[in-house]
Design a protein around this ligand. Structure first.
Ligand SMILES: Cc1cc2nc3c(=O)[nH]c(=O)nc-3n(C[C@H](O)[C@H](O)[C@H](O)COP(=O)(O)OP(=O)(O)OC[C@H]3O[C@@H](n4cnc5c(N)ncnc54)[C@H](O)[C@@H]3O)c2cc1C
Length: 397
């Protein structure tokens, strides 16, 4: 079996590795270099505390890989399990916390609901008076996305994957493609066009991150995946942030931070819910100064770390590939064309399980690692415009 994976980010490389390990002859087409996309611009968060069962299950299965990553890939990825701490300001959110933790516990996650004083014991820099409840899971954490991506690239190449950088896919070929436009185009995807010519394939995987809807359009498929710009600031706080602090999120404001090294912190936040779509080929990749001031002020509102002597050292912007319900699409969208995209800010951590699911879909024709009905694009109803509109779950990190 021949496979082409479009995209040399962590989802594409994980998929390529898993396909190769199941005997598929795989070529990865990456338009730029390894790391051109969102993966290297991520915060590297890995958590099982999600509000929907499917995301918890993707995390649970991915964490099996993250936990053994160093041994399997012979690579250090600076995986630090200092937990995630979510904070609630309202009784409504606190009630939702109870339900979420019960759902997570049912799936083997060791998360728990804490009162503000208990949360303070885990992260001493928060102001407990502003919150009514928290959730914490000690096995959540974060890793270095650059190191993880390079490890996946090396492992894929060692497994026999032909990783081609500077190789943009310009079209996705369907059976009867030459007749496309006359209503006679065939259904099955047969390969892709590249500057080096056509690559025939039994299976084509769309792992193009923020470009995924463009790739889908090449196959005459609509996917409601929108690129949205997100920013991160690296801050030297007035009071050093302990390296043992969890990734801590004020859920209702969207403000969050996590420790970096030597007392520094990464600070982020989504302060505009309906921010416009960004052009993945042309968006500003540097951090906006005004945004960094807002992010720092927001973090200073509920923590003791980010007083007036804090300094923004640097920062960057990247793209989330967002679906209407902030959950990925993983499916065989049309015969021979597998979608693994729309991770909505969770794609770094969910790449290991996704690679396995893609390989199962390609080789076995169905997923067995976990049930993936909730990842089907059929869940979005209405016209293409209606599908693209609206969001149901507030996204964090
Ligand atoms: C600021 C920020 C913070 C984040 N924090 C987290 C976090 O804490 N935890 C987490 O899990 N996730 C996080 N994410 C999300 C995460 O980065 C993404 O979900 C993940 O990297 C997606 O990986 P990917 O392989 O699907 O996409 P990408 O890494 O974007 O890779 C897609 C690749 O496809 C290539 N491509 C596109 N079009 C073509 C074409 N025509 N031909 C060939 N190649 C093509 C691109 O060049 C790109 O390299 C964050 C993202 C941002 C921006």
């Amino acid at each position: 079996m021949k496979g082409v994976v479009i995209g040399g980010g962590i989802v594409g490389l994980s998929s390529a590795l898993e396909l190769a390990e199941r005997g598929v002859d795989v070529t990865v087409c990456e338009q730029g270099s390894i790391g051109t996309g969102s993966t290297e611009r991520s915060v590297g968060g890995i958590r099982a505390q999600f509000s929907t069962p499917i995301n918890v299950e993707l995390s649970r299965e991915s964490m099996r890989v993250w936990n053994e990553f160093t041994e399997r890939f012979d690579a250090e990825i600076d995986y630090r399990k200092t937990g995630y701490l979510f904070l609630a300001r309202s009784e409504e959110t606190a009630a939702a916390f109870e339900e979420r933790v019960a759902m997570q516990n049912d799936r083997g996650v060791r998360s728990e609901v804490l009162d503000p004083a208990e949360a303070c014991e885990i992260c001493s820099g928060i102001d407990p008076d502003q919150f009514v409840a928290a959730t914490y899971s000690p096995t959540d954490g974060f890793a270095d996305p650059h190191l993880a991506l390079q490890a996946y690239a090396r492992a894929a190449a060692a497994a026999g994957v032909d990783v081609r950088t500077q190789t943009p896919v310009s079209d996705v070929i369907r059976a009867g493609d030459r007749d496309r436009g006359d209503g006679t185009g065939g259904a099955r995807v047969m390969g892709v066009e590249t500057p080096d010519g056509r690559l025939d394939a039994d299976i084509v995987v769309n792992a193009a991150g923020p470009w995924a809807s463009d790739i889908a359009a090449m196959a005459d498929v609509f996917l409601p995946i929108t690129p949205k710009r997100r920013q991160i600031a690296v801050v030297q706080p007035e009071t050093p942030v302990p390296e043992t602090d969890p990734l801590t999120v004020d859920l209702e404001s969207g403000s969050y931070f996590r420790p970096d090294r030597d007392g520094d912190a990464l600070v982020g936040g989504h302060f505009a819910d309906n921010d416009p779509a960004s052009d993945p080929d042309g968006y500003p990749r540097s951090m906006d100064f005004e945004w960094s001031i807002d992010a720092l002020e927001a973090a200073a509102e509920w923590t003791t770390y980010f007083g007036p002597e804090s300094a923004v050292k640097r920062g960057w912007a990247g793209l989330y590939a967002v679906t209407p319900d902030d959950t990925a699409i993983v499916e065989e969208t049309i015969p021979g064309f597998i979608t693994a995209a729309g991770f909505s800010g969770h794609g770094f951590q969910h790449a290991p399980a996704t690679g396995q699911l893609v390989a199962e879909l390609a080789v076995d024709g169905e997923a067995s690692l976990l049930g993936i009905d909730a990842l089907s694009s059929d869940r979005f109803e209405g016209t293409d415009e209606e599908k693209a509109a609206g969001r149901t779950e507030r996204n964090v990190v």
